[in-house]
Design a binder for this molecule. Structure first.
Ligand SMILES: Nc1ncnc2c1ncn2[C@@H]1O[C@H](COP(=O)(O)OP(=O)(O)O)[C@@H](O)[C@H]1O
Ligand SMILES: [Mg+2]
Length: 300
């Protein structure tokens, strides 16, 4: 559905307008029905990639296809929707005026009743008369989210959708994403907030300094890790454990064994107990936070 091959993009930066490569050869595939999350620290290049995808920035090299067409093919625009990272909304309007004009500009046939029900959905129903300039940051974000989701289309591109939202607002957007996805829509979202992505994403890619450094599929995200808590572990014991479990890692006071199957657990515990006193055993999915820190944290 989205195919990116060898995409490179530079900006000219500074007084000397020096060529600076921001996207350094991106390869990505997004399939229909994915909730695809692009994670990465600030400045990684996520917004730049999204702007290229929705046709607002030109790429310098590489292939970028949506629905098997060039992404700036006119027929693509009617099938995608886009929530910018910092939505700019004319502040002298109220919410209904803004959504009516925006729908009109996008050639959408949306009734006042539908607009009102969307505003209710994001809890803005008591602020219908208020001009947008009097809105808080979170209220503007909710309105921008409605503006993105009111369009019925195939792919929703969302750049940092929960920026500025309170927990209730975050739940609203999460529910909307899941609901649209159940209708068969594809979601492509950028985020640097990991805990949020964990709840919705079916696939993640991690971007750092203009490159994809890690990709995880649904099944890999479901892979479980066994955590064995100990109090003391000397180097000799750790070496012996490493011989038995070559994939194991140490993390402060626990031993972490990746991709463990349930029927292997008793034997692992029996073997590990020969070397360490185990105080706690946990079987958990690897958190996106630890994936992120393992792949980005120590490289910065
Ligand atoms: N228009 C631009 N001109 C020059 N540099 C830019 C421009 N837009 C973004 N950049 C630079 O590109 C890098 C990636 O930015 P961005 O795509 O916004 O990252 P992210 O969304 O991951 O935080 C940053 O170093 C940023 O300063
Ligand atoms: Mg960004």
């Amino acid at each position: 559905m989205i195919k990116i091959i060898g995409l490179r993009k530079y900006f000219r930066v500074g007084f000397l307008r020096k060529k600076t490569w921001i996207l350094k050869g991106i390869n990505l595939n997004v399939n229909p029905g994915d909730i695809f999350a692009l994670l990465g620290p600030n400045g990684a290049g996520k917004t730049t990639l999204l702007l290229c995808l929705v046709g607002l920035l030109k790429v310098n090299e590489g292939v970028l296809k949506i629905f098997d067409k060039d992404n700036n093919d006119l027929s693509v625009f009617s099938r995608i929707s886009y929530l910018p990272e910092l939505p700019t909304i004319p502040t002298h309007l109220n919410a209904i005026e803004f959504l009516t004009i925006s729908a009109g500009l996008n050639n959408l046939n949306i009734s006042r009743k539908e607009i009102l029900s969307w505003l209710e959905r994001v809890n803005l129903q008591n602020d219908l008369k208020k001009r947008i300039k009097k809105y808080s940051k979170g209220m503007v974000q909710r309105l921008a989210i409605v503006n993105a989701f009111i369009k019925d289309c195939d792919i929703y591109f969302l750049d940092e959708p929960i920026l500025g939202l309170d927990p209730l607002g975050i739940k609203l957007i999460r529910d909307l994403i899941v609901e649209k996805n159940k209708e068969g829509k594809t979601i492509f979202l950028n985020s640097h907030i990991l805990s949020e992505v964990e709840k919705t994403a079916s696939r993640i890619s991690v971007m750092n300094e203009g490159k994809i450094v890690l990709e995880k599929t649904v099944d890999e995200l479901k892979g479980e890790f066994l955590y064995l808590k100990y109090k003391n572990l000397n180097e000799g014991e750790y070496k012996k454990l490493k011989k038995k479990f070559p994939n194991c890692k140490r993390d402060e006071d626990q031993l972490i064994l990746p991709a463990v199957k349930e029927n292997e657990i008793p034997e692992i515990i029996r073997t590990a107990s020969k070397f360490i006193d185990i105080y706690e055993v946990k079987l958990e999915k690897e958190s996106i936070e630890s994936i992120f820190i393992n792949h980005i944290g120590n490289k910065q």
